[in-house]
Design a protein around this ligand. Structure first.
Ligand SMILES: C[S@@+](CC[C@H](N)C(=O)[O-])C[C@H]1O[C@@H](n2cnc3c(N)ncnc32)[C@H](O)[C@@H]1O
Length: 214
């Protein structure tokens, strides 16, 4: 059964200090995490000066890639439920001297995305939020015309039998993924609001990048 929000927060409180190292361990099984992040962020089609919200930003592993596109004049807001993950993100911001990244501790479901934003991004987080449909609608409302919502996340490939899906869950369970999350399909909801939604499969279809433009 899917974890509730307190369970998710407690899990990430425990994982926060080792999160970046444990995420890197997945390279051993061919999971090219950094490459997927860069690919997804390039799909935001950002330009210098743009403003971006990252939902479920965790320890800030995407910040450097986003900042490469928006430069010093852009603004990045990282939102996350878990204080301990944001503490790690804060250390990253301080050590890099980034002046234009702001952190907000909030449930993404209740966070009010500022209007006229140029990009909304979420990696390996949106499917963990039961109200992901509301978030997608809110992202659509807040984005400027031509702004994009990009989601990088896990999914169950249609062709996978249940036993393979269960193996996938074992692999991702340390990050709060449970089998019933396979029924959450953010890219389907994106198609209700955004035009030209594209879905790119990665890692044999177990990972995807969904892109919607307003
Ligand atoms: C697997 S981590 C991904 C972190 C980061 N996006 C990355 O790619 O490394 C999932 C993150 O989602 C956050 N999260 C889970 N549920 C959330 C919610 N309802 N609102 C905001 N953040 C949430 C967790 O605290 C955690 O930091």
């Amino acid at each position: 059964m899917a974890l509730d929000k307190i369970e998710v927060r407690d899990l990430y409180r425990k994982r926060a200090k080792r999160y970046n190292i444990s995420a890197n361990l997945y390279y051993l099984i061919g999971f090219r995490e950094a490459k997927y992040r860069k690919m997804a962020i390039s799909q935001l089609a950002l330009k210098p000066g743009d403003s971006v919200v990252e939902l479920g930003c965790g320890t800030g592993l995407n910040f450097g890639y986003v900042l490469k596109h928006i430069g010093k004049t852009g603004q990045l807001i990282g939102v996350d439920l878990t204080d301990a993950m944001l503490q790690q993100a804060e250390l990253k911001i301080e050590s890099n001297g980034w002046q234009n990244v702001r952190l907000v501790q909030s449930d993404a479901a209740t966070y009010s995305i500022p209007s006229n934003i140029n990009g909304v991004f979420s990696s390996f987080a949106l499917t963990l939020v039961p109200e992901y449909q509301t978030i997608i609608e809110q992202a659509w409302q807040s984005l400027d015309k031509g702004g994009r919502l990009v989601v990088l996340d896990f999914k169950k490939p249609e062709t996978w039998p249940l036993w393979v899906a269960k193996l996938g869950v074992i692999m991702t369970n340390p990050f709060g993924v449970t089998l019933d999350l396979k029924d959450r399909k953010p890219w389907e909801v994106m198609k209700r609001y955004f035009q030209n939604v594209t879905v790119m499969d990665l890692y044999g279809g177990f990972v995807y990048i969904a892109v919607g433009e307003k």
